[in-house]
Design a binder for this molecule. Sequence first.
Ligand SMILES: [Zn+2]
Length: 373
Amino acid sequence: MSTADVAETTAPILHLRGPILLGPEEELAEAWVAGGVIHHEKPELPAGTEVREIDGIVVPGLADLHCHLGIADGGGGTTLAEAREQALVDRDTGVLLVRDAGSIIDNSPLQQQGDLPRLIRCGRHLARTRRYLIGYADEVEPEELPAAVTREAGRGDGWVKLVGDWIDRAAGDLSPCWEAEDFVAAADAAHAAGARITTHTFDEETLPLVLDAGFDCLEHATGLTGETIPRVAEAGIPVVTTLVNVDEFETYAAQGEGKFPAYAAHMRRLRASRYERTRDAHDAGVQLLVGTDSGGVLGHGIIHDELDELAAAGLTGTEILEAATWAPRRLLGVPGLEDGAPADLLVVPADPRIDHRALRERSHIVLGGRQVA
Ligand SMILES: [Zn+2]
């Protein structure tokens, strides 16, 4: 049976006996799923229609805002079939919405497969020549950057991803890959093309440059300081956390230590301050979003580890749910559990607002109104 056939098969009507968590402060006692969408009122059903009763707390499907579908373990592009397998691994952990943060292959055909998480793509990473992981990015020089941004804006789904900083081997430390005017030109090109632009950034020095340039989102943002956190909060720019990846900075430091001791020390400092900085950003009003950075270095299926890291940084269950469900859906313009929204949801046995680890104990994963796991 092809994916299209599966989508056409009638799914059973579901009666969700809640509560249905519509937002941090808002819940509904019960809801129904019919015709692939959520109904807040019981829909009219022909006599004798089978209705499946489901008990449990209902939350929107989790969102992974920084995921790479189509990058093989250890680097290099996957086949499309392998990228599909990656998406299925993520889906079966409850991830039903993915923003792909840069892929080596064109993974857009996955968007036609109705049994996979909804996919919003950045296209290919853009990086400065020899200033990123080998083979991942389209590598350009400053004079080529605006045209490359325009091209990726046309290939993605309204997002462009620029690698803002990386180790500068001549300097032996992290440093911005671009001048201030290059960041401005990149942001202007993205916005002129109707896209938003986000940046991979580890370093402290890069953040003022991308804030001045008007970037729309920050990935990792390990270089946030007491000076830049209020600016990010004021500008309303979200930060995608990737704390599982930041924990790996010790590995990068150890690998680089012999040749690049300043870089190694810098990476260790950024790692050591990760929870405090995340908490400070949250307390200052910065919107945190969950991202795993799965694909390439880290495997797929790790979103619950990322949620545990947010808890380690001090976020409550409700705050973690906000970062993993409602906030990313608002940012991407994808509905949650509103009346008439596509039924992309999880049913969990205990209240994740009290303890986020309830999200690991899903009893049902429903995607497009159909139970997939
Ligand atoms: Zn990444």
